[in-house]
Design a protein around this ligand. Sequence first.
Ligand SMILES: [Zn+2]
Length: 193
Amino acid sequence: MKPGPYSILLSKYRDGRHSLRFLLDDTFFSQYDPEAPTGNHVEVLLTMQKSDRLVDLKLHFTGAISTPCDRCMELYPQAIDTERRLIYTPNREEDARSDVDELLPLDPQNPVIHLEQELYDFACLALPHRRVPPHCPSDACPQPVLAYLKEEDSTRAAGAGAPATEPPSRVDPRWEKLRALLKPEEQEKKYGS
Ligand SMILES: [Zn+2]
Protein backbone atom coordinates (compact mmCIF):
# COMPACT_ATOMS: atom_id res chain seq x y z
CA MET A 1 0.00 0.00 0.00
CA LYS A 2 1.45 3.35 -1.07
CA PRO A 3 1.51 6.18 1.48
CA GLY A 4 -1.22 8.70 0.73
CA PRO A 5 -2.50 11.95 2.24
CA TYR A 6 -3.81 10.04 5.26
CA SER A 7 -0.62 8.10 5.97
CA ILE A 8 2.06 8.87 8.55
CA LEU A 9 5.64 8.15 7.52
CA LEU A 10 7.17 7.50 10.91
CA SER A 11 10.75 8.03 9.71
CA LYS A 12 9.88 11.73 9.36
CA TYR A 13 9.26 12.09 13.09
CA ARG A 14 11.62 11.94 16.06
CA ASP A 15 10.53 10.23 19.25
CA GLY A 16 8.26 12.51 21.25
CA ARG A 17 5.04 14.40 20.79
CA HIS A 18 3.72 15.67 17.47
CA SER A 19 0.49 17.31 16.34
CA LEU A 20 -1.02 16.60 12.95
CA ARG A 21 -4.23 17.67 11.29
CA PHE A 22 -6.32 15.86 8.68
CA LEU A 23 -9.35 17.03 6.76
CA LEU A 24 -12.05 14.55 5.74
CA ASP A 25 -13.89 16.18 2.84
CA ASP A 26 -16.24 15.01 0.09
CA THR A 27 -13.37 13.47 -1.89
CA PHE A 28 -12.40 11.40 1.14
CA PHE A 29 -15.95 10.13 1.81
CA SER A 30 -16.62 9.37 -1.86
CA GLN A 31 -13.64 6.96 -1.92
CA TYR A 32 -15.50 4.71 0.50
CA ASP A 33 -19.02 5.39 -0.70
CA PRO A 34 -19.38 6.73 -4.26
CA GLU A 35 -23.03 7.54 -3.42
CA ALA A 36 -22.07 9.56 -0.33
CA PRO A 37 -23.85 12.92 -0.22
CA THR A 38 -21.70 16.04 -0.52
CA GLY A 39 -21.22 18.69 2.16
CA ASN A 40 -18.93 16.73 4.50
CA HIS A 41 -16.29 18.53 6.49
CA VAL A 42 -14.59 16.78 9.40
CA GLU A 43 -11.35 17.93 10.98
CA VAL A 44 -9.20 15.43 12.78
CA LEU A 45 -6.71 16.78 15.27
CA LEU A 46 -4.18 14.09 15.95
CA THR A 47 -1.69 13.96 18.78
CA MET A 48 1.05 11.42 18.24
CA GLN A 49 3.32 10.16 21.01
CA LYS A 50 6.13 8.25 19.31
CA SER A 51 8.60 6.08 21.16
CA ASP A 52 11.04 3.39 20.08
CA ARG A 53 8.53 0.64 20.85
CA LEU A 54 5.12 2.02 19.92
CA VAL A 55 3.09 4.88 18.48
CA ASP A 56 0.22 6.23 20.56
CA LEU A 57 -2.35 8.29 18.65
CA LYS A 58 -5.13 10.40 20.13
CA LEU A 59 -7.64 11.60 17.56
CA HIS A 60 -10.25 14.30 18.01
CA PHE A 61 -12.94 14.47 15.30
CA THR A 62 -15.06 17.61 14.91
CA GLY A 63 -17.22 18.81 12.06
CA ALA A 64 -20.27 17.69 10.14
CA ILE A 65 -21.31 14.77 7.97
CA SER A 66 -24.07 15.18 5.41
CA THR A 67 -26.79 12.77 6.50
CA PRO A 68 -30.37 12.04 5.43
CA CYS A 69 -32.91 12.87 8.13
CA ASP A 70 -34.59 9.74 9.57
CA ARG A 71 -37.99 11.40 9.33
CA CYS A 72 -38.09 13.30 6.05
CA MET A 73 -34.99 11.97 4.19
CA GLU A 74 -33.74 15.50 3.51
CA LEU A 75 -29.97 15.88 3.83
CA TYR A 76 -28.67 17.95 6.71
CA PRO A 77 -25.20 18.46 8.26
CA GLN A 78 -25.04 16.25 11.36
CA ALA A 79 -22.44 17.62 13.78
CA ILE A 80 -19.97 15.17 15.25
CA ASP A 81 -17.46 15.50 18.10
CA THR A 82 -15.65 12.39 19.22
CA GLU A 83 -12.30 11.23 20.59
CA ARG A 84 -10.48 7.99 19.83
CA ARG A 85 -7.19 6.41 20.74
CA LEU A 86 -5.10 4.01 18.67
CA ILE A 87 -1.85 2.25 19.42
CA TYR A 88 0.41 0.91 16.68
CA THR A 89 2.98 -1.59 17.84
CA PRO A 90 5.07 -4.51 16.57
CA ASN A 91 4.35 -6.33 19.88
CA ARG A 92 0.60 -6.44 20.10
CA GLU A 93 0.49 -9.10 22.82
CA GLU A 94 2.86 -7.25 25.16
CA ASP A 95 1.26 -3.86 24.61
CA ALA A 96 -2.34 -5.02 25.02
CA ARG A 97 -4.33 -2.60 27.18
CA SER A 98 -7.93 -1.73 27.77
CA ASP A 99 -7.95 2.05 27.39
CA VAL A 100 -7.49 2.12 23.61
CA ASP A 101 -10.02 1.71 20.84
CA GLU A 102 -7.71 -0.43 18.71
CA LEU A 103 -4.29 -1.98 18.97
CA LEU A 104 -2.88 -2.22 15.46
CA PRO A 105 0.19 -3.87 13.98
CA LEU A 106 3.28 -1.90 13.06
CA ASP A 107 5.93 -3.32 10.76
CA PRO A 108 9.38 -2.18 12.00
CA GLN A 109 10.80 -2.81 8.50
CA ASN A 110 8.23 -0.49 6.92
CA PRO A 111 7.14 2.02 9.57
CA VAL A 112 4.14 3.61 7.88
CA ILE A 113 0.71 4.13 9.42
CA HIS A 114 -2.19 4.09 6.99
CA LEU A 115 -5.01 5.88 8.75
CA GLU A 116 -7.66 6.11 5.99
CA GLN A 117 -9.81 3.19 7.09
CA GLU A 118 -9.70 4.09 10.78
CA LEU A 119 -10.53 7.73 10.04
CA TYR A 120 -13.50 6.70 7.93
CA ASP A 121 -14.81 4.15 10.43
CA PHE A 122 -14.50 6.46 13.44
CA ALA A 123 -16.12 9.37 11.61
CA CYS A 124 -19.10 7.18 10.65
CA LEU A 125 -19.34 5.71 14.16
CA ALA A 126 -19.54 9.24 15.56
CA LEU A 127 -22.95 9.71 13.93
CA PRO A 128 -25.77 9.45 16.47
CA HIS A 129 -28.17 6.51 16.34
CA ARG A 130 -31.16 8.77 15.76
CA ARG A 131 -30.57 11.27 12.99
CA VAL A 132 -33.11 14.07 13.01
CA PRO A 133 -32.12 17.75 13.00
CA PRO A 134 -33.83 19.89 15.67
CA HIS A 135 -35.72 21.87 13.03
CA CYS A 136 -37.46 18.84 11.46
CA PRO A 137 -40.22 18.96 10.38
CA SER A 138 -40.00 22.41 8.83
CA ASP A 139 -40.85 24.01 5.53
CA ALA A 140 -37.47 22.80 4.27
CA CYS A 141 -38.80 19.22 4.26
CA PRO A 142 -40.20 17.91 0.94
CA GLN A 143 -43.90 18.92 0.72
CA PRO A 144 -45.47 15.40 0.55
CA VAL A 145 -43.33 14.26 3.48
CA LEU A 146 -44.22 17.37 5.44
CA ALA A 147 -47.94 16.77 4.90
CA TYR A 148 -47.55 13.16 6.04
CA LEU A 149 -45.54 14.10 9.15
CA LYS A 150 -48.05 16.77 10.17
CA GLU A 151 -50.89 14.26 9.85
CA GLU A 152 -48.96 11.67 11.85
CA ASP A 153 -48.18 14.21 14.59
CA SER A 154 -51.79 15.33 14.96
CA THR A 155 -53.00 11.69 15.12
CA ARG A 156 -50.45 10.93 17.79
CA ALA A 157 -51.37 14.07 19.76
CA ALA A 158 -55.06 13.11 19.65
CA GLY A 159 -54.28 9.57 20.79
CA ALA A 160 -52.05 10.69 23.63
CA GLY A 161 -54.60 13.31 24.75
CA ALA A 162 -57.37 10.80 25.53
CA PRO A 163 -55.99 8.99 28.60
CA ALA A 164 -54.83 12.28 30.14
CA THR A 165 -58.48 13.24 30.76
CA GLU A 166 -58.81 10.26 33.15
CA PRO A 167 -57.98 10.78 36.84
CA PRO A 168 -54.20 10.31 37.07
CA SER A 169 -53.97 7.57 39.73
CA ARG A 170 -57.16 5.60 39.24
CA VAL A 171 -57.01 2.05 40.55
CA ASP A 172 -58.63 -0.74 38.55
CA PRO A 173 -62.00 -1.44 40.33
CA ARG A 174 -61.46 -5.24 39.98
CA TRP A 175 -58.23 -4.89 41.90
CA GLU A 176 -60.01 -2.97 44.67
CA LYS A 177 -62.53 -5.85 45.01
CA LEU A 178 -59.77 -8.43 45.20
CA ARG A 179 -58.02 -6.48 47.91
CA ALA A 180 -61.23 -6.33 49.96
CA LEU A 181 -61.49 -10.14 49.85
CA LEU A 182 -58.13 -10.62 51.55
CA LYS A 183 -58.05 -10.88 55.34
CA PRO A 184 -56.65 -7.75 57.03
CA GLU A 185 -53.50 -9.50 58.34
CA GLU A 186 -52.77 -10.91 54.89
CA GLN A 187 -53.17 -7.47 53.42
CA GLU A 188 -50.61 -6.20 55.85
CA LYS A 189 -48.19 -8.98 55.01
CA LYS A 190 -48.56 -8.44 51.28
CA TYR A 191 -48.71 -4.72 51.03
CA GLY A 192 -46.85 -3.54 54.10
CA SER A 193 -47.98 -0.36 55.76
ZN1 LIG B 1 -36.35 15.97 8.53
